[in-house]
Design a binder for this molecule. Structure first.
Ligand SMILES: [Ca+2]
Ligand SMILES: [Ca+2]
Length: 210
């Protein structure tokens, strides 16, 4: 055997060992990396819910009610001529629509545009004034599932949510505390499906959380 061949064979064994080591490291580290990624997404989702809750409170201070979850806008004067909703993702869409009507009562949510989705593919009709878009967006959690929003007026009503463009609609109830009352029953509730992308499971994230 020539020295060169010996060298080549040795390199192959080394390569196999390196691949085995990388495989082992990946198997050990990947779950941890994914877990820390999910923790970061949970934190990001909570931070966003705080921002949305602030927008709801701003709206309430100006208009005297929390943004409705059923597309009814009780503002004095003329009601904007938006389309009737298709019954999917309605709560969070209604929230976006309400707070996007005016600077005075509303909040510009355009810095959350990375978290806009339109899983039910609907249109608003007229442009949303503060967002300049004609489609009717939802706001998603950090995993990409639309949040669900209830105001206190309809918190006991189930909502129909389209989790993604590739899934069919599911029915979602607002989350209750152990004493049977709804989280946020005096104001409003935001709900995230959490890392398992499924509503009604233990990893759901609710605002307010107490
Ligand atoms: Ca809709
Ligand atoms: Ca939509």
């Amino acid at each position: 055997m020539k020295p060169r061949d010996k060298q080549a064979g040795f390199t192959l064994i080394e390569l196999l060992i390196v691949i085995a080591i990388i495989g082992t490291l990946a198997a050990v580290l990947l779950p941890r990396i994914l877990e820390s990624d999910d923790i970061a997404k949970g934190t990001a989702t909570e931070a966003m819910m705080l921002q949305l809750a602030t927008a709801a409170n701003t709206f309430n201070r100006s208009e005297g009610y929390y943004p409705n979850a059923d597309m009814t806008y009780l503002k004095r004067g003329k009601k904007p001529a938006w389309k009737t909703d298709n019954g999917q993702n309605t709560g969070i869409e209604s929230f976006v629509l309400m707070v996007s009507q005016s600077k005075r009562a509303g909040t510009d949510l355009s810095d959350l545009s990375d978290n806009f989705s339109n899983t039910d593919g609907d249109q608003n009709g007229p442009e949303l004034p503060l967002l300049g878009m004609k489609y009717r967006p939802e706001i998603t959690d950090a995993w990409g599932t639309p949040l669900v929003y209830w105001s206190k007026l309809n918190i006991s009503k189930k909502q129909t949510v389209v989790p993604s463009e590739y899934e069919s609609a599911v029915t979602v109830s607002a989350m209750k505390r152990e004493d049977g009352t709804y989280y946020g029953h005096k104001k409003f509730q935001f709900l995230s499906a959490g890392k398992d992308l499924t509503f009604g499971t233990d990893d759901d994230i609710v605002w307010p959380s107490n």
